[in-house]
Design a protein. Structure first.
Length: 390
């Protein structure tokens, strides 16, 4: 049993952006499936929220917890799961927008045979591409991912972030920002450009809209330099001068700019007053990637230094902002670097996907402090699998 992707995409061309459930229901009928429900993961990556079917007025099903439900199991494991019921089999398939997992689609099947389960996997892929395309012209999918009111600064920040997950050849990257509904100054970015993978993490001073404005200008400057094929040194200098010239002082941002040669695993990076990235190998933190830091961008002029390291296949680089190590614990102290390393080594198994390592790591940071974060806390993990074809 196969889904007719062509028919579904042709129907989507002229449909209302909120009619995705109807398009999926039509495709699911080819599998003899019914009761289609689309769930999108909230911005905090803890709950799967149902999206209403615009063609019916049926009562929405309840939200599904990521950590404890079958829907959550499909989301975390990125695989189809099923459970027998009196009326057939309830099946949950992950929704993937490219590499980024953004939810699950649930259907009821008369029989959970291999062909139908494979069709459900395809249904999740179809849902992902439809949502990715339609989300550019509707707010519906953004709104149904919210479990709380989002600040203006946070809304600005989420709009400039790349997908939270990318898997491109030998590179896999995942990132997450907290507090999801109030973040104002932290951000990250990346780009897979053939044999070069570029990545950056930035932390703008302060909180709120002003921090979001600084971060937006910094990310725009970084992307411009990257797309103009500038060296890391040139991008670094451009960030410093742009923030100094175009933002009322005092204003600055710390950050790390990195570049990986995906054929050789050669890593180069520069640091502007930011916490040192961690190098992970075999599930252990083996080094702090030191680079003589220049002043934060926009604060003082300074000559950047480019550091180099040779990655081994399977190595990961973890970048984080000071809001992670500065998190206040229940005991009243700060988490600190030592505790962060312990958490990383608890979750950073070579067998675990980067996005799951990041989700669990950030979840533990939030759990450890027992209240709302007092500063933004952002994490990004970049993994190099080895030379292509090796």
């Amino acid at each position: 049993m196969k889904i007719d992707f062509g028919a579904a995409l042709r129907r989507a061309r002229h449909s209302n952006p909120v009619e995705i459930s109807q398009i999926l229901a039509g495709a699911a009928a080819e599998l003899d499936a019914r009761d289609v429900v689309v769930y999108l993961v909230d911005f905090g990556q803890t709950v799967l929220e149902p999206v209403p079917d615009a063609s019916t007025h049926a009562e929405l099903p309840k939200s599904e917890d990521v950590a404890t439900t079958m829907a959550g199991r499909a989301f975390v494991g990125q695989s189809v799961v099923s459970a027998a019921r009196d009326d057939g089999f309830r099946v949950w398939a992950p929704i993937l927008e490219g590499s980024d997992r953004t939810g699950v689609v649930a259907v009821t099947l008369p029989d959970a045979d291999a062909a139908r389960l494979s069709g459900c996997e395809e249904l999740g892929l179809l849902a992902g591409y439809l949502i990715a395309a339609q989300a550019r012209c509707t707010d519906v999918y953004n709104l149904y991912r919210r479990r709380d009111a989002m600040s203006l600064a946070a809304s600005m920040q989420w709009d400039i972030l790349p997908p939270l997950v990318l898997k491109a050849g030998p590179i896999a990257v995942a990132g997450l920002v907290e507090p999801a509904y109030e973040v104002g100054g932290d951000c990250f970015d990346y780009a897979a450009n053939g044999a070069v993978f570029d990545f950056a993490m930035l932390d703008a001073m302060g909180h709120g809209v002003r921090s979001a404005v600084i971060a937006s200008l910094a990310i725009g400057t970084y992307r411009h330099g990257r797309r103009e094929s500038m060296s890391l040194t040139a991008i670094h200098d451009e960030l410093a001068s742009t923030l100094e010239q175009h933002i009322e002082q005092p204003a600055f941002a710390t950050g790390v700019l990195g570049r990986i040669d995906t054929d050789s695993g050669r890593l180069t990076w520069t640091n502007a007053g930011h916490p040192l990235p961690l190098l992970i190998r075999g599930g252990q933190v083996i080094d702090h990637l030191y680079c003589p830091p220049s002043p934060p961008w926009g604060l003082l002029p300074g000559e950047p230094t480019i550091a180099e390291a040779q990655l081994e296949p399977g190595d990961s680089v973890l970048l984080y902002t000071d809001g992670v190590t500065g998190t206040r614990t229940d005991a009243g102290g700060e988490m600190g670097l030592e505790s962060l390393v312990e958490l990383v080594e608890r979750y950073a198994s070579d067998l675990e996907a980067p996005e799951e390592i990041v989700r669990r790591l950030v979840g533990s940071v939030l759990e450890s402090q027992g209240a709302k974060l007092t500063d933004d806390a952002t994490v990004m993990l970049v993994r190099w699998a080895g030379a292509p074809g090796s």
